[in-house]
Design a protein around this ligand. Structure first.
Ligand code: ADP
Ligand code: ZN
Ligand code: ZN
Length: 759
């Protein structure tokens, strides 16, 4: 039987299509022993062994060479067969993307109306995208030297950290393996100085090894906790042999992670793999440590701080079934797995699970689809579930697994509102708040102050003429930073030196208006001179390990003040924090984005959840001008479920997601008219396919909430539909036609299905 000749290849280009190539190489005649021969043999072998889809190829495209992925083998093409170019090289001997994952990518390309080539590029690590061989690299590891093996505990008496590390290394390396990977040591949070110390003493030495999975007979490294009734009931409701969506809904500290761990234990017992997605790894090293300490099984971590080689390595280990637990951020949803057994998303409400640029996918929604196709369980966990998941649980699409108590006996915090109306304030802080802070600090407690804005102040204003520090490129103000002093646009990154004289009237009366984390830090430093004030925001944690240093300091337990932005709301457990202060609860209630109130409630409860995790009960103080606001009252006095219910009612009345399905067409251009005109054209095309009617409505084109950003004018067209099917029936022909339209080439545009951010 002659081999099929046409290969549909997905290439990383912005075009929503694949490209046909042949295996025939016209240079064969001149080059009998050359490329074609190898390629043809490789093709034949691959064809018989595995099938070609999912393998990478190098092809000529225009005047460049690109690496693409074969997605289909066909016997015909819509193009002139004689003009098809040959594949230059087959890069793999077996598919690097298993069929299941390839299908997921196809589905994602269809659902998000994004080019398949770019979807695959997002799914594959950079190194593989560039054509590197899909083989494992060696990694740095440590082993004991002769001296190290014979060293007695006494010898290291004076260096307790080295002694402890030595003990740990002896257990890890001698009991189970001859060496331990450097990255595994880092995951266990070892003391780097102690490591260096032991190396200097000649007790350990480093070497390069190709990692191979080590699976000691004992699955567990440490004993699981005894589940409380709710945890046990939650776990019992997970059926590991088929698909089921589960919403593990429990306040911070209610023991969700323990449920994940025990669910994973069952999966590992069955010889399968677990994929765990978390919002941001840098912020949650403790989570990693907990997984590492529980299981005697190989674990791979995929996050944005890895270099290309490390990322490729982790991906390949997962694909080969050599990593049993895979922990990663959003894009890890595309990790190939040999024996997938479960997918878990922790903090499922977190906006970072939706990619906001380029290929705008939701890792949470793709996880649900992937589990369904694989016939494996999905666990979504959160103290403050997204309203989409909450709604799914109410509609019985997901099984609701509530955890209402704090595990381990910690008590829930007391929440109090401070009414800001007519109150004297010092830089945004009321006397009542400062007094309470003092009480907690004097009683050896730690205080966490949450302010959702970085920098010193959101704007600089001239007291004489009213001039404001406007960004030249955006409809936004420049934020004042003091450390180092400059003005900074948080939207386009434009920066300029801080000025002390008004550019309009030359007055020297320039005032910083409003509060940012730097300013709050300064005020608190002056007010509480006896206590350290530690600031946590993107600026203060830019340097590697900065966050780690702060966390270590806080965990020493001495009274101190932590001031920070939403980075503080995520992940970290601060057992000695007894007071959480939320400086301003009002922002979210006025937001132009319909998700503003939902986000505000989630953020507030997440921050509040940092208080009183250990034996000491916590207090949460919230400052607001809108203490009587029904959403705030419901959130604080009736809890998140009632709050979510209230917002869902509002969404239903105003016909917003999750009751409607939405897509957002965005266009931006240096000339406002261009962006507007493109969307107007889009709307005309749309109306031609389907006139506006109750189950499919168009809104716009309208200027975006921030119309000008980074010198571009931004417009949007909203499409609302009563069902997903309805939405895609329209989007498929609309996008196809729009892509061909001449206007679409001169103006930047994008489509966002299920947008999470309306900006
Ligand atoms: P969450 O993930 O919901 O924030 P964790 O799983 O981190 O909660 O649990 C919070 C704390 O309670 C942890 O210190 C954990 O060790 C402890 N814990 C969890 N489950 C139990 C249990 N069944 N018995 C005793 N302590 C528990
Ligand atoms: Zn002025
Ligand atoms: Zn700007």
């Amino acid at each position: 039987m002659p081999a099929p000749e046409i290969y549909a290849v997905a290439l990383p280009t912005p075009l929503r299509r694949t490209f046909d190539y042949t295996a025939q190489n016209p240079h064969m005649a001149q080059n009998p022993a050359g490329l074609f021969d190898q390629t043809q043999t490789a093709f034949d072998q691959a064809q018989t062994a595995q099938g070609l889809p999912g393998m990478r190829v190098a092809v000529n495209f225009g005047n460049q060479q690109l690496v693409g992925v074969i997605v289909e083998v066909k016997d015909d093409s819509d193009f002139d067969l004689k003009k098809l170019k040959p594949i230059q090289q087959l890069l793999d001997t077996q598919p690097i993307i298993p069929d299941e994952l390839l299908q997921l990518c196809h589905w994602a390309a269809w659902y998000y109306h994004h080019p398949i080539g770019e979807v695959l590029a997002a799914a594959i690590p950079v190194a593989l995208r560039q054509g590197e061989a899909a083989t494992l690299s060696t990694e740095k590891a440590w082993q004991l030297t002769e001296a190290g093996r014979h060293c007695t505990a006494d010898e290291l008496k004076r260096a307790p950290k080295q002694q402890a590390l030595m003990q740990q290394l002896k257990e890890d390396t001698l009991c189970v393996q001859n060496s331990i990977l450097h990255k595994d040591l880092l995951l266990q949070d070892v003391n780097r100085n102690a490591l260096k110390g032991l190396q200097d003493k000649g007790m350990i030495e480093s070497l390069e090894i190709t990692p191979s999975p080590i699976r000691p007979p004992e699955l567990l490294k440490s004993t699981p906790l005894t589940l409380n009734d709710e945890q046990a009931s939650a776990l019992a409701q997970v059926d590991f042999d088929q698909f089921g969506g589960h919403l593990l809904y429990g306040t911070t500290g209610s023991g969700k992670t323990e449920v994940y761990l025990q669910a994973i234990e069952q999966v590992l017992h069955a010889g399968k793999q677990a994929l765990v997605l978390i919002p941001e790894i840098g912020l949650t090293p403790q989570t990693l440590t907990r997984f590492q300490r529980r299981f005697n099984r190989p674990l791979a971590v995929l996050h944005s701080n890895l270099n290309d080689t490390e990322r490729k390595q982790a991906w390949l280990l997962a694909a080969a079934g050599d990593a049993d637990i895979i922990i990663g951020t959003r894009s890890a949803i595309f990790t190939p797995m040999k024996n997938p057994g479960i997918i878990i998303l922790d903090e499922e409400h977190d906006p970072s699970f939706k990619q906001q640029e380029g290929f705008r996918y939701s890792a949470r929604d793709l996880a649900a689809l992937r589990c369904q196709r694989l016939g494996i369980p999905l666990i979504l966990g959160s103290a403050t579930p997204s309203l989409e998941s909450f709604h799914n649980a109410q509609q019985q699409r997901y099984r609701l697994l509530p955890l209402t108590q704090r595990a381990g006996g910690a008590r829930p915090p007391t929440i109090e509102l401070i009414d800001l109306k007519r109150q004297a304030m010092q830089e945004g802080l009321t006397q009542a708040l400062l007094d309470t802070m003092e009480q907690h600090l004097l009683a050896s407690g730690q205080v966490l102050v949450f302010i959702n804005r970085r920098g010193f102040a959101p704007t600089l204003m001239c007291h004489d003429c009213g001039w404001l520090s406007q960004c030249q490129h955006c409809d936004a103000r420049l934020t004042v930073h003091q450390n180092p002093a400059h003005l900074h646009c948080h939207h386009c990154d434009y920066q300029r030196p801080l000025i002390h004289q008004c550019p309009t009237c030359n007055s020297r009366e320039l005032h910083c208006v409003g509060q940012g984390s730097e300013r709050t830090e300064t005020v608190l430093q002056n007010r509480f001179a006896d206590f350290p004030v530690l600031r946590v925001d993107r600026d203060s944690t830019r340097q590697k390990n900065a966050m780690h240093t702060i966390v270590e300091k806080v965990n020493q337990g001495d009274p101190c003040i932590l001031v920070g932005t939403q980075m503080l709301a995520k992940g970290h457990h601060f057992p000695n924090v007894t007071l959480v202060a939320i400086i301003d609860a009002d922002g979210g209630l006025f937001s132009t984005d319909f998700r503003g109130p939902e986000r505000m409630g989630q953020l507030m409860l997440q921050v509040a959840g940092r208080a009183g995790r250990a034996e000491r009960p916590g207090t949460v103080l919230i400052q607001s001008h809108l203490c009587d606001h029904p959403l705030l009252q419901t959130l604080l006095y009736q809890g998140y479920s009632a709050f979510a219910q209230l917002i869902l009612q509002e969404r239903q009345v105003s016909q917003l997601p999750p009751y409607r399905y939405m897509a957002l067409l965005r266009a931006e251009s240096k000339r406002s008219e261009n962006a507007h005109e493109l969307l107007l054209t889009a709307r005309q095309i749309a109306e031609r396919h389907c006139p506006s009617q109750p189950d499919l409505q168009y809104l716009g084109p309208l200027p975006a909430p921030m119309e000008r950003r980074n010198q571009r004018f931004r417009h949007q067209l909203q499409i609302h539909a009563s069902s997903r099917a309805r939405l895609h029936q329209l989007l498929t022909p609309l996008i196809a036609e729009l892509e061909q339209h001449p206007l679409s080439r001169r103006t930047r545009w994008s489509i966002d299905v299920d947008p999470q951010d309306m900006a």
